[in-house]
Write a protein that binds this ligand. Structure first.
Ligand SMILES: [Zn+2]
Length: 309
């Protein structure tokens, strides 16, 4: 009878480790990519509002603030791609820590900024100025993933053998500025980071392509970690450790990385990158893969970095 009860409770507990659900992801994306957020351009008050939304969720999941000012790590970003009078803009990384009392830490990241009203360069619209670039896929989708992974690992009643650092990066669209600021001013020692995973654009899953997972060549351990992953969501791996997004800043510091990305599309960097075009079921499936990879990696000692040739 005792054994039976124990088994029952075990099942109960794992039921609490709720896998990321499509409706939760959609809630975050509709919030962050609404017209009210004005495209979360770096330096805008809406960019700060988006940072505040992330910080509020981190607080709800009882993460420890791990910025330099509570959850925030403020820095100044410089617009370089276009000439503007206000080229220096204040923004933040938003950083929350799940302390499991472990020696090493897994970093999970996603950038929360986008192109605002199209006045900071890199818009693909014909007349971008003044149009709201909502950035639902790029990268409200990745931030939604970040928040749901933070919820998953903080609410699963499991004390993992690694700590977690969740970072929403600022100013990625201006040239990976937030992630570079973090690795040059880390709020925990870089040598204590096991590996870093980055989500940038996980909302436009195409079943014929699958989700791309980069960074496969950044540690000799990844092939083993990937071996038993099971999912209805199709994926493929890519060796590259840098290119395209914030994981590159960690790779440059010789930290193993993974990068989740569903690929380019016609709305990329246009005002039409909207919440109703996101595939929330597939995004949840991608997070299922992400969780399996992290859980497999946690069975191993701290990964060794490999340079990708
Ligand atoms: Zn992006």
């Amino acid at each position: 009878m005792k054994n039976y009860l124990f088994f029952f409770c075990f099942v109960c507990q794992s039921a609490f480790a709720q896998l990321p659900a499509p409706d939760q992801l959609s809630k975050h994306v509709y919030k962050l990519a609404s017209d009210k957020m004005q495209g979360r351009g770096t330096g805008s008050k809406e960019n700060q509002k988006a940072a505040g939304y992330v910080a509020a969720q981190f607080k709800k999941y009882k993460l420890q603030p791990k910025g330099t000012n509570g959850f925030y790590q403020p820095f100044t970003a410089k617009v370089r791609r276009v000439v503007v009078t206000d080229s220096l803009r204040e923004t933040n990384n938003v950083i929350g820590f799940l302390d499991n009392g472990a020696a090493n830490t897994i970093v999970i990241g996603a950038h929360f900024d986008h192109l605002g009203l199209g006045r900071q360069g890199s818009s693909k619209a014909e007349k971008p100025e003044g149009q709201i670039h909502n950035g639902a896929d790029d990268n409200a989708s990745g931030v939604a993933g970040l928040l749901e992974l933070a919820r998953y690992f903080s609410k699963n009643d499991v004390k993992e053998p690694y700590n977690f650092l969740f970072i929403a990066f600022g100013a990625e669209e201006l040239g990976l500025l937030g992630s570079r600021h973090f690795v040059n001013n880390p709020t925990l020692p870089l040598e204590k980071i096991n590996f870093m995973t980055n989500m940038d654009m996980i909302g436009r899953y195409d079943a014929s392509r699958g989700v791309g997972i980069g960074g496969y060549g950044t540690s000799d351990a990844w092939p083993d970690i990937f071996k038993d992953v099971k999912s209805d969501t199709k994926f493929f791996t890519d060796k590259a450790g840098s290119g395209g997004s914030d994981h590159g800043s960690f790779y440059a510091k010789k930290i193993p990385v993974l990068f989740f990305h569903t690929g380019g599309h016609d709305d990329y960097h246009k005002p039409t990158d909207d919440p109703e075009k996101i595939d929330y079921n597939a995004a949840a499936g991608i997070l299922g893969i992400h969780i399996q990879l992290i859980e497999n990696a946690m069975k191993l000692p701290k990964l060794t970095f490999t340079t990708v040739i």
